[in-house]
Design a binder for this molecule. Structure first.
Ligand SMILES: NC(=O)c1ccc[n+]([C@@H]2O[C@H](COP(=O)([O-])OP(=O)(O)OC[C@H]3O[C@@H](n4cnc5c(N)ncnc54)[C@H](O)[C@@H]3O)[C@@H](O)[C@H]2O)c1
Ligand SMILES: [Zn+2]
Ligand SMILES: [Zn+2]
Length: 362
């Protein structure tokens, strides 16, 4: 039987979100209905609401979720009713060119639910990142469910579903930070701070946090930064990073803002042959002009990180275990816990830089 539950939708561009009745269909063969426990509020939800992703309104927002498997389609083998899962938007297919080449984190044919969730009048909803979890229940593909240790607080565990994983993975997977490396992270929101925590976990000895907001720098220090640079107070951020790394520049610089000026800073703040990781998302009109010879003379690698190059089945359980062992302070990313009616307020708090993450508890 289809069920009717409450969910947060974005009906039209730039309008406030609305809490409405939505219909969850019976799961298709490989689908799973998940009773959502928690869902973090991510910038991408705001981007959907403001027309920054596409025009396929209405959207069912929310995509950083943890919950309990409530019912499964007849062919589901990956999870069982009652399993505690974190949802992901990289359910790899195993069949595309990237998967077959052994690089499944680049999979371009990831699985989603086979049926649409709808409004009560039958209007199809576009679930954010194929999830849609600011809702009491949601319908996903079984591959979008990753089982983790149920001892982990769902308000913490859900954060691995998007932004925190993107930051941790930008350092650990894409940047390949290792013991003794120096790392600089530009932009210390949820993603940048997760990159700092990832760099610390990977053994970096110097971790420079860069932001324009002193509050953010304090949080970054709490998460593992060894030095801070207030970008609003220094003339040349790249020079400041060099000074803090014995004049060399950092081995890995992570741009968690995604603007031409932060990318340029990241480029010049590296040691020779160092790595730049772009994890912040630029907008289409942004342009960058730099001398080509500098690319030649500085060498190294310029990479982008999509979802932290993560593999949910490999990374989520491991990171939850590290959290439960007290080696990765994922709980520090939860700034506030809110109700399902608090999403508009949470967007405001995010825009004003007052939170690392607001988490909806259902
Ligand atoms: N690549 C991915 O898979 C992925 C996944 C999730 C989010 N993201 C992106 O990561 C970026 C960061 O997300 P977030 O949630 O941390 O955002 P956020 O707004 O919380 O953090 C951005 C931080 O950058 C700082 N900042 C802005 N301009 C700056 C400048 N010129 N110099 C120094 N600091 C500056 C802000 O003060 C803020 O603290 C966004 O672009 C988001 O879309 C990427
Ligand atoms: Zn694939
Ligand atoms: Zn997200």
């Amino acid at each position: 039987m289809p069920t009717v539950v409450k969910g947060v939708i974005s009906r039209t561009k730039n309008a406030p979100t609305e809490l409405v009745d939505i219909v969850i269909p019976e799961p298709g063969a490989n689908d799973v209905v998940v009773k959502v426990s928690t869902c973090g509020v991510c910038h991408t939800d705001l981007a959907y609401a403001t027309g920054g992703i596409n025009d396929e309104y209405p959207f069912l927002l929310g995509h950083e979720a943890a919950g309990i498997v409530e019912s499964v389609g007849e062919a589901v083998t990956h999870v069982e009713v009652g399993d505690y899962v974190v949802l992901n938007w990289r359910a790899v297919c195993g069949e595309c060119r990237a998967c077959k080449r052994g690089r499944p984190w680049y999979c371009f044919d990831t699985f989603n639910a086979s049926k649409p969730m709808t409004l009560t009048d039958g209007t199809e909803l576009s679930p954010a990142l194929g999830i849609g979890a600011f809702a009491e229940k949601t319908l996903v593909h079984e591959g979008q469910c990753t089982k983790v240790d149920p001892d982990a607080d769902p308000a913490v565990a859900c954060l691995l579903g998007c932004g925190v994983m993107a930051g941790l993975g930008a350092a650990m997977n894409t940047g390949n930070v290792g013991r003794g490396d120096s790392v600089a992270v530009i932009g210390c929101g949820g993603v940048g701070d997760a990159a700092i925590a990832g760099a610390k976990l990977a053994g970096a000895t110097t971790i420079v946090a860069v932001d324009r907001d002193p509050n953010k720098l304090a949080w970054a220090t709490d998460l593992g930064a060894t030095h801070t640079v207030d970008a609003s107070a220094v003339a040349d951020v790249a020079e400041a990073i060099k000074e803090l790394t014995d004049g060399f520049g950092a081995d890995v610089v992570i741009d968690a803002v995604g603007r031409p000026e932060t990318y340029q800073t990241a480029f010049y703040a590296r040691d020779l042959a160092g790595t730049v990781v772009l994890v912040g998302v630029p907008t289409p009109e942004m342009r960058l002009e730099m001398p080509l010879v500098d690319f030649f003379s500085h060498g190294g690698s310029l990479k982008s990180s999509w979802y932290g190059d993560c593999l949910p089945e490999r990374d989520f359980p491991m990171l939850i275990d590290l959290f439960l062992q007290g080696r990765l302070p994922l709980d520090k990313f939860v700034t506030e816990r809110i109700g399902i009616d608090g999403v508009n307020e949470a967007f405001k708090a995010m825009e004003e830089g007052r939170v690392l993450r607001s988490v909806v508890e259902l």
